[in-house]
Write a protein that binds this ligand. Structure first.
Ligand code: ADP
Length: 203
């Protein structure tokens, strides 16, 4: 199963991506995490990524492709993936779709998690103390939301036109979001059907 999570900062794509990947037994590929790990390296590329992430801007496509494509190709050969944060721009989506078509591993669904900006901002400010991310400050959060709206937002339309968009309201408790994602995916005819009766732990 190959699913993309499309979501603004704070919508919970990391949490939901981890749960979905565990449930489906596929790899959770979080571009932000991979880039943050690379940003810790004391190399010119590491320093470049760290500076860009700290500002809340997008890392150049070439760096993203270099890092993500080998991981995605590997996972595609081993049952699939939940992509979290990649593709994030129309050029990234186009390049990823071309590669996927060549390898015969096109996406089954793009799950769009949406919530009002005020909710997203509050969640990110609340978690700032716990996670200590350099980009979870009020100014940078505002900028990341703007970058999402301008640069990643068009992908909602892009995947809708391709008939694989599944929009889920992320302004609900995490367990409800998980349940809704599962129930919506179970309605699609996917190669690895998710049990319609499955509920996240604790429900
Ligand atoms: P969030 O969605 O909360 O911003 P992520 O961990 O997904 O968190 O991304 C953090 C940062 O990593 C982004 O602001 C950007 O700098 C970089 N990044 C992640 N994925 C991509 C991507 N596909 N293309 C460009 N930059 C990316």
């Amino acid at each position: 199963m190959r699913v993309l999570l499309l979501a603004p900062p704070g919508a919970g794509k990391g949490t939901q991506g981890g749960r979905l990947a565990a449930r489906l037994g596929v790899r959770h590929i979080a571009s932000g995490d991979l880039l943050r790990t690379e940003a810790q390296a004391d190399t010119p590329r590491g320093r470049e990524i760290a500076a860009i992430q700290k500002r809340g801007d997008l890392v150049p496509d070439e760096i993203v492709f270099d890092m993500l494509i080998p991981v995605v190709v590997e996972a595609a050969a081993h049952g699939g993936y939940i992509l979290d944060g990649f593709p994030r721009t129309v050029p990234q989506a186009t390049a990823a779709a071309e590669l996927a078509a060549q390898l015969d591993v096109t996406l089954h669904a793009a799950v769009y998690l949406y919530a009002p900006d005020a909710v997203l901002t509050q969640r990110l400010l609340d978690r700032a103390g716990q996670e200590g991310r350099a980009d979870d400050t009020a100014d940078v959060i505002g900028h990341r939301l703007q970058v999402f709206a301008e640069t990643t937002g068009p992908l909602v339309d892009y995947y809708q036109k391709r008939g694989i968009l599944v929009a889920v309201d992320a302004d609900q408790p995490p367990e409800s979001v998980t349940a809704e994602i599962h129930s919506r995916l179970s309605e699609l005819s996917l190669p690895l059907p998710i049990s319609r009766t499955w509920r996240p732990p604790g429900r």
